[in-house]
Design a protein around this ligand. Structure first.
Ligand SMILES: [Zn+2]
Length: 57
């Protein structure tokens, strides 16, 4: 089974239950960036998301 990339927003914002999981890393980053901006008003770079918030599952 292929590895998937997962972002669990709860790690960044304790009260948020938003989770993205996909085999396509670019898709996870794109959706995560939009969520962080729209919901939390935080602007992350691709690299910040990749290194700090994405997990391989
Ligand atoms: Zn969130």
């Amino acid at each position: 089974m292929a590895q998937a990339h997962k972002l669990d927003c709860e790690a960044a914002a304790a009260e948020c239950r938003f989770i993205i999981q996909s085999e396509d890393e670019a898709e996870v980053i794109e959706l995560a960036k939009r969520h962080m901006w729209d919901v939390h008003g935080q602007d992350y770079t691709d690299e910040e998301l990749r290194s700090k918030h994405l997990k391989i599952v």
